[in-house]
Design a protein around this ligand. Sequence first.
Ligand SMILES: *Cc1c(COP(=O)(O)O)cnc(C)c1O
Length: 226
Amino acid sequence: MTSISNRLQVILSAIQAAKRPEHAAQSVQLLAVSKAQSATAIREAYAAGQRHFGENYLQEALDKQAQLSDLAITWHFIGPIQSNKTQLIAQHFDWVHGIDRPKIAMRLNDARAKHSKPLQVCVQVNISQEPSKSGVLVADLEALVATIARLPHLQLRGLMAIPAPSQNINIQTQQFKQVRECYDNLLAKAYALDTLSMGMSDDYPIAIQQGATIVRIGSALFGARK
Ligand SMILES: *Cc1c(COP(=O)(O)O)cnc(C)c1O
């Protein structure tokens, strides 16, 4: 077995082990974050069974997609989105995790091919309320969600968050719980969401305990980025 394949098995087991009994029936999907990793490394993970891959940088992603066009990969764009990149993102990805303002949502909607399946999207929430961070502030979340829900070529799946880094398990837990509460509030308002994208290499078990349905894992799977 290759090391990527070994690490994949370890992570998949850890994902199962982190689930709480009340989430037993809910699937938690591994999104392999392949930014700064080679097409060869992606092929290796694919050969081991991984199908969902996440990229942050458009040009890098397009280059690798061209080299991997023989594989049935589901591509997720997880980086910050500049408005001049929306056309290519809408054309070349299945999912987008980082929508944080109406303008980006509308541009992605307009650029999505009308005959394609709607683009699957998550709204990024700025849970730490740091102005420097990307993501919509909690106070503006519902208005953005309502806008996206009206756009025919986007399918709103849920929320994404990147909490402020912390070594303190209580702080990590608290931050994921806040994202979860935003998600539950929207469900209570009858938005049909099924995705909570949170948790990375260093904190994914804690995110799963708080209800994550997608964990985005890079270095724990592929090794350190070059
Ligand atoms: C890089 C990145 C990840 C993965 O980070 P690791 O710590 O390597 O697991 C997850 N989500 C986003 C948005 C990222 O940019």
